[in-house]
Design a protein around this ligand. Structure first.
Ligand code: AMP
Length: 222
């Protein structure tokens, strides 16, 4: 099973991707995470990325393809994957189709997690990330608050704040979403793979909504 999570920034796609990945043994492919990792490297590309990621603008397609294609070659992608943050525009969606055709795979589900912009914007300042185990928290949300504000419940490493998680950068990220990513909604609606889930609810209820749709599928345990 191959799944795409489509969502405006701060809708919780990273959290749901992680849950889906654990539950259904799917590889979690987050282009944001791959790019943040690449940005830490002491290379010219690393430097360029670390500046770019702080602005909230989308990264050039070629760079994204490079990090993603590398990751897609891994053994764990064979059973299926959850794409978190990719595709982000029409040309990425078309490139993905070409790549999948070559390896005889298809996209089975596209979940759109969405709610009002102002609700999402409020979430952004509370988001905390454990760079060690990848767990995402929100100190303003009871259902995803860590026990201690700056420490990961799982591995006890210090939590960090993403440089692009500010209200100011959020405006740019949301603009990018509306201009470039939102057109993918009608694109995937036409191919009948799109399912909308209201993300203004608890993490558990969002997962429940996704599960209800997946449960209708009979080959989940293949
Ligand atoms: P995310 O972790 O998905 O919120 O992504 C963080 C940032 O990484 C975005 O604001 C973009 O700058 C960049 N990024 C992630 N995925 C893509 C993509 N598919 N295409 C272009 N830029 C991306």
């Amino acid at each position: 099973m191959n799944v795409i999570l489509l969502a405006p920034p701060a809708a919780g796609k990273g959290t749901q991707a992680k849950i889906l990945s654990n539950k259904y043994a799917l590889a979690h492919l987050s282009t944001g995470e791959l790019l943040r990792e690449a940005a830490k490297k002491p290379t010219a590309l690393g430097k360029e990325l670390s500046t770019l990621l702080g602005t909230g603008c989308l990264v050039e397609d070629e760079i994204v393809f490079e990090v993603l294609e590398e990751r897609m070659k891994s053994e764990d992608c064979k059973k299926g994957f959850v794409l978190d943050g990719f595709p982000r525009n029409l040309s990425q969606a078309k490139a993905l189709e070409r790549i999948l055709q070559e390896i005889n795979k298809t996209i089975d589900y596209v979940f759109l997690l969405d709610t009002e912009k102002e609700i999402l914007k409020k979430r952004i300042t509370g988001r905390r990330l454990c760079e060690h185990c990848g767990q995402i928290y929100n100190i303003n949300d009871l259902s995803s608050k860590p026990k201690e504000d700056s420490i990961c419940d799982n591995c006890h490493h210090e939590l960090t704040i993403r440089t692009d998680d500010t209200e100011e950068v959020y405006e740019r990220r949301y603009k990018e979403y509306l201009e470039k990513t939102e057109p993918l909604i009608s694109y995937y609606r036409e191919s009948h793979t799109l399912h909308s889930i209201d993300c203004n609810q608890s993490i558990e209820n969002i997962t429940k909504g996704i599960d209800e749709i997946l449960r209708k599928r009979d080959d989940l345990n293949d």
